[in-house]
Ligand binder design. Structure first.
Ligand code: NDP
Length: 295
């Protein structure tokens, strides 16, 4: 194996430490950022994720407000809660955990969140700001990917970047962030022809597909930086019957032979998402009050 393994867990820990320092500085000015997380339904994986978010929010010195609603919650009721949170001065960031039950139109809920409190960066206003280069709140996962890529190479200008996946939450904002860094960006998806060849043109390859180990070692350009967003649960018979393990969208061992740097799964992009959510909450708290972000 020749690639440098990009330690997302360590990077996220460092980022949370810097956020905690900034929160202390803000608290001295009488401001304690607050993050409200709303979850509808009893999905155990989502509930665990929300618990983790709440714990890390408190650990960096922010206030955490959790709203756990039953799976039967109606759209009007959720919109009412969002309106209350929009109006609550103690709340700087609002995150509604997706997916939502089918009786609720997720897009309607996203668009109901005050864009200045939209710490997920999913509101069309924030997506538009990102596209037009106006400061705003940026989706947490792509932001985390960019920080990890820049931890290997500060200046990405002029590099060829390929993003595999075009979802609104990962692929598209990732592409916009890389354009803003002056990369030459190709966005690939399920209809892309000759995907291995397209990937081989990438100095930076971001895989956000949701297909276990789809990207093979011979799809990687020698020396490329590989960022693997995928989280896929696959059977792991070696650990016992019915056991599973998590793998990315990239065949890690093969890719690590060719790339110059690569994120592992788990321990790469995953830990960065919550850290970036906290960063966005801090930023939202500052922006709303016209304060500059403490360094
Ligand atoms: P989506 O399912 O919304 O999007 C997947 C994208 O991959 C689509 O654009 C789709 O193309 C494309 N795609 C699917 N199959 C292929 C294929 N065979 N070849 C090329 N492209 C393909 O997923 P998300 O963007 O939400 O998530 C992607 C992955 O990232 C998942 O594994 C998810 O679990 C993970 N994830 C991880 C996060 C983290 O914190 N680390 C956060 C968010 C997601 P098309 O548009 O044509 O259908």
């Amino acid at each position: 194996m020749s690639a440098k393994i990009i330690d997302g867990k360590a990077y996220a820990e460092g980022l949370r430490g810097r956020i905690a320092g900034a929160v202390r500085t803000l608290s001295e000015q009488g401001v304690t950022p607050g993050l409200a997380v709303v979850i509808v339904g009893e999905d155990p994986a989502s509930q665990l994720y929300v618990k983790n978010k709440a714990r890390q929010t408190v650990e960096v010195g922010m206030r955490s407000f959790e709203h756990v609603l039953p799976a039967s919650t109606g759209e009007a009721e959720l919109l009412e809660l969002v309106a209350r949170l929009n109006a609550d001065p103690a709340v700087d960031g609002i995150l509604v955990q997706l997916p939502l039950p089918k009786q609720i139109d997720a897009q309607k809920v996203i668009e109901a969140i005050d864009p200045t409190k939209d710490v997920d960066g999913f509101h069309p206003i924030n997506a538009g700001r990102l596209m037009t280069g106006v400061p705003g709140l940026v989706s947490c996962t792509p932001l985390g990917c960019l920080l990890l890529a820049q931890s290997v190479r500060r200046d990405l200008a002029g590099l060829n970047a390929v993003v595999v996946g075009r979802s609104n939450i990962v692929g598209k904002p990732m592409a916009q962030l890389l354009i803003a860094q002056s990369c030459t960006v190709t966005v690939a998806h399920s209809k892309t022809r000759g995907l291995p060849e397209v990937c081989r043109s990438a100095d930076i390859l971001v895989a956000a597909v949701g297909r276990p180990e789809m990207v093979r070692g011979d799809w990687i350009k020698p020396g490329a930086i590989v960022i693997d967003v995928g989280i896929n649960r696959v059977p792991n018979p070696a650990a016992g019957e019915g056991k599973t393990r998590v793998v990315g969208d990239v065949a890690f061992a093969e890719a690590a032979e060719v790339a110059s740097a690569i994120t592992p799964v788990p321990g790469g992009v995953g830990p960065m998402t919550i850290a970036c959510l906290l960063r966005n909450t801090l930023e939202a708290a500052c922006l709303r009050r016209g304060l500059t972000m403490p360094a």
